[in-house]
Structure formats: structure tokens, C-alpha cells
Design a binder for this molecule. Sequence first.
Ligand code: ADP
Ligand code: ZN
Length: 523
Amino acid sequence: MRKMGGGAGGGAGGAGGIFNIGKSKATLFDKGTKVNITFADVAGLDEAKVEVMEIVDFLKNPKKYTNLGGKIPKGALLVGPPGTGKTLLAKAVAGEAQVPFFSLSGSDFVEMFVGVGASRVRDLFKQAREKAPCIIFIDEIDAIGRARGKNAMMSNDERESTLNQLLVEMDGFGTDVGIIVVAATNRPDVLDTALLRPGRFDRQITIDKPDLVGREAIFKVHLKPIKISKTLDIHKLAEQTPGFAGADIANVCNEAALIAARKNKEAVDMQDFQDAVDRVIGGLEKKNKIISPEEKKIIAFHEAGHAVCGWYLEHAYPLLKVTIVPRGSAALGYAQYTPKEQYLYNIDQLTDQICMTLGGRASEEIFFNKISTGAQNDLQQITRTAYAMVTVYGMSDKLGNISYYDPQQENSFSKPYSDETARMIDDEVRKLIEDAYIKTKELLKEKKEEVEKIATALLEREVLFQSDVEALIGKRPFEEKKPLVDDVVAEVSDAETIVTEPKKEDDKSTDEQTGNIGLAPSV
Ligand code: ADP
Ligand code: ZN
């Protein structure tokens, strides 16, 4: 799903052969050609488009920014699963700004000969400098940018020298040169932190798999060149393709046209598309990428559980949206909240937060009488919060106002308390979580109808915003309240370090009931 190779194709062995191997050749990247792809070719991805719009503006009017003393960013990182349009979006940026586009994949840098990667990086930037302003697109940057010592595939020396060269090049040009490096990855978590420092890839733009509306829009883009029958129901096609990335949809459209041609049809009809969908699903199923209808139902009730808990718990954060569109490689769905900017949390807020986070599992148990591995991430979160409540914030009656947290003490092996206290801590944490789980289940049993309504709507529409939820189950019965200073429980600094606090909107996963850590996908 990477590199749409502008006809250049072929391997690295081309014209120059082995003697020329260090030079990045036209066979390696689309050689700074002008692209004619624009934002109109990219369906959906509205938020990402807004973010990259700024890059377009930088490239078009650099003076506007540098005159005021501002520094133009050098790099942006597009994060998302394969086939979701990262390359396409980067190309559209170049197209909109009318600048040349250089592209190369991280794995292209990495050859068996030591020193080749670094030399290719140098050559790439040299050519780019000659054509600036321009975009350099590096796909699969994790192939070179992995944190040192994490990959056995390639000799560390080679990867490190390639990575170092990339850092040198990025630091080496002033922001007024007009080279913007856009990189793509599905694994931001494995990247070397050096890459993410200011002045390098300091912007991250998340690109998710498309939801129902997004898929319909993508279908429309790819149906344009196809002769379709008048009876084609595009909405229905979008409904039948949950979990499909843009590339899969492009694939479906192409397959459908081929199937219809084979049957000598005048126009491509619904049946052809359905056959094409089946065929593509077959391929995806083999790769284990499709969520079965049963799983989808469990995910819907899990997320509905989070949403309903948050709705009816007074101190929980207000819900922003809830969705069953898979996100990244690990999350099968998520409920997103708008955390208030606050530094101090009282016990009610933390308890409600725990209940809300348990809402997913509780809902699974109530509706399916069975629990899944999907709550793994939720459980990690609440365990952390509960331990912090007991051992850091002195919120347990049994242990009293004692904080065992010592910021200087990094080594957790030397605990500042006895074994007996340790047992007490464990008991208190367990009790706290147990009580919260009971409370959560009671709430959800009482609100069974509401959970069902939201889960059903999620299965239909995949994404529900706050207003949709309101339309389904009525207004949230609480006024927005400011935290009472009297209720405060912790010093500002501690609150920041320990509890899984909310962060800014653009911060990756802490503001949601998900994250990317873990073994099995979470919901
Ligand atoms: P990625 O770089 O994220 O792996 P690509 O940008 O290479 O994905 O996408 C592959 C193809 O899938 C694109 O060339 C395009 O045909 C199609 N595609 C993906 N996302 C979209 C989208 N949002 N709108 C239209 N087409 C898309
Ligand atoms: Zn969950």
C-alpha cells in the first residue's frame, strides 16, 4: 500500500547496477516530479487535512511565517495503519503547494551493504535541496527510525548510521530552505525519540481507518472513472465494508470493474461490487484483518458500556465521541472524552473514572455473560489509578494519610513499607476496584435499555458524537461543575506524575479508554 511508483517501478539493480548502489536513483524514488494530486482526491480525513493545510501554506508563503521570526516545521509524522491514505495525503500536500515530491520507503534505505543507507539519505537530500521548496516523503520510517537496539533484522550499525545521517540532514538545513519531510508509520511507539525532538518530526498527525461516512466518500472518489449502473447503492457498499482502509476500497472498485468486464457488461452493477467485496474480504480474512460480526457486536456493547457509564456518572468526563471503528493496530474501538484542564482530582472523580473505564467489561458481562480480552487496556489503567489512590494520595481509610510515593526513588524493589503493609495495599486496591465494578454493573443493569440503544446505533452508524447520544438517551443529567478546591487531594506535581491524567487533545491515547500497549487488541 505504499509508494504509488510513478511508472518508475523496478528494483535497485537498474541502470547503474552494483557500482552505483549508494546513489539514490530514479528507480528508488519518484524523482521530484510535480504531482497533480490534490485534496479533492483524498476523501474524508478532514482533521488530517486541516493539519497539513498549514504545511501547504508554509511551502507557498514561507516569508509570511519567517518574516515574523517564526520557524517553519521541518517534519511531520503521519501515523496510521497501511492503506489509509498517508502517501496519498503527502502527495496531495505537494500537489496543492505545487512543489516537487520525493518519496522513498524506509526499507529502501536499508540494504545489505554497510554505508549504503546513509549515502542514500545524503543523496536524497542533495537532490531535494536543488529542487526546494519540495516535499520529501519517507514511508515506513520505522524501518530506519526504530529505537536503537530494538530490531534484530538489520545490523544495528547500518541502521544507526542511516538514522544518524537523516538526523544530520534534517538539522542541517535552515527552516527557510523549504524542504518539509513527511514520514509515515504505523508504529510511532518504536521510533527513536531523537526523531521526535523539536526541529525534526515534531508534529504527529493521526490517520484512522475510515468510518461509514468516510468509506462512502472514498467509494465516490474511486467510482468516478468507473461506468456504474444507475442502481448502484453506494451507501450500502460503505455499510458492507467495515474495517476497510481506503486502499481496500480502491481495490474493490477496481475488482468490480474487472468482474463486470469479464461478463461483458455495459456498466458495473451492485452484484459485481458485492462479488468484489467478497473477494477482497477473502484476502483480508486470510491476513486476519477483518472483524467478525459477533466480535463487532461485543465491541459495540463494550463501548456502549463506557459511554453510558460516563453519561450517568456525575464526576466522569463528558463524552466526546464513541466509535467501533478500529484505531491503529491495537484498539478495536474507543470512547473519547474531553478531559477538563485540571490539576487536582477528588476521590469522587477518580472513582467515577474507574467505574467508567470498567463499563466496557461490565457491559460485556451483563449482555453476553462472558468477558473478553478486550478490556485489557482498561484494566491496566484502572489498576494504575487505584494503586495511586491508595499508595500516593492517601485515599484509603485503612492506610490513612500516608503517601508511599517518593519521586527520588526510582527503584521499586526497595519499597518503603513492610510486607504486611504491602498486603494491605493490595487488599485495599482490590476492594476499591471490586466496589467500583459492583457499582458499575448496578448502574448498567439499571440503564440496560440505554446501553442497548447506543450499541444498536453503533452497529448501524459506527460513530456517535455527544449530540447523537443525547438524541438517543436524552441529556446528561448533570450540570458542568468546576472542581471544588476543598475537595483537593494532591499536590499538583504528584497529580501529574502518577495518575493516568488527561492530557491535551492531541496527545495520543491518554484521553481515551484505549492505548496501544498490550498483547491483544483492546476496546
Ligand atoms: P498508506 O500510505 O497509508 O499505506 P496510500 O496512500 O498508499 O496508503 O493509499 C493507497 C491507495 O488507497 C491510494 O492510492 C488511494 O487509491 C486509496 N486511498 C487510501 N485512502 C484514501 C482516501 N482517504 N481517499 C481516497 N483514496 C484513498
Ligand atoms: Zn474499553
